[in-house]
Design a protein around this ligand. Structure first.
Ligand SMILES: Nc1ncnc2c1ncn2[C@@H]1O[C@H](COP(=O)(O)OP(=O)(O)O)[C@@H](O)[C@H]1O
Ligand SMILES: O=C(O)[C@H](O)[C@@H](O)[C@H](O)[C@H](O)COP(=O)(O)O
Length: 187
């Protein structure tokens, strides 16, 4: 059973890659954008970047969704910016990750095993794609703040990095191959 979070800055391709992969594999798909409270969306629409206070409750709600799917052994893909290491810890451990600053918890609430797929690429390419994208609440001027906030995943986090300069089919194949090689099962 696999829990996969496709992460990266706005416009890196999270929703596209996540939904296509879920469709290809027959897995469940969630887009974190659908779970932002209205205030968060309004803020972003006005060109104001979100802060930790705005994001933590949203990430806790997303953790609860992943926890539920994990309990029912449902392979699941979530598209979520997850820009900071702390945000990824919340996705893994929920509120206890904030309280204890740890992801490993004993007892009946163990940390979730998540593979983070970081869609990584240069700002100019992403800006070009965002300019072409229509009907989305996220304005282009927030892209710099997304890059400023981004803490790319690093060891010992469980992650792979995928270049957004590849074609979509190549990206999907790289992720599928990482899953087959057991990258999603760190123990
Ligand atoms: N590998 C890719 N090659 C070319 N275009 C892409 C690729 N991945 C995503 N796109 C396009 O880039 C834009 C942003 O992708 P999207 O999935 O909305 O990003 P995000 O969910 O990270 O904000 C979309 O118009 C999408 O079609
Ligand atoms: O944490 C955040 O600041 C937001 O989640 C942001 O990173 C996310 O990207 C928006 O939801 C915009 O949506 P797109 O990522 O689809 O542009």
């Amino acid at each position: 059973m696999v829990l996969l979070v496709v992460m990266g800055v706005s416009g890196s391709g999270k929703s596209t890659v996540g939904s296509r992969l879920a469709e290809k594999l027959g897995w469940k798909f969630y887009d974190a954008d659908d779970y932002h409270p209205l205030e968060n969306k309004k803020k972003m629409e006005q060109g104001i970047p979100l802060n930790d206070e705005d994001r933590i409750p949203w990430l806790c709600a997303l953790h609860d969704i992943l926890r539920r799917e994990d309990t029912s052994r449902q392979d699941t893909i979530l598209a979520c910016s997850a820009l900071k290491k702390m945000y990824r810890r919340v996705l893994i451990g929920g509120t206890s990750a904030i309280e204890s600053n740890q992801t490993e918890q004993p007892g009946d609430n163990p940390a979730l095993k998540i593979l983070f797929v970081h869609l990584d690429g240069p700002k100019d390419i992403i800006a070009g794609r965002l300019k072409k994208r229509k009907g989305h609440f996220m304005p282009l001027e927030l892209l710099q703040s997304q890059f400023d906030t981004l803490e790319p995943p690093s060891a010992p986090e469980n992650f792979i990095t995928v270049s957004i300069e590849k074609s979509l089919p190549e990206i999907l194949l790289q992720i599928e191959s990482a899953i087959l090689q057991g990258e999603a099962l760190p123990e």
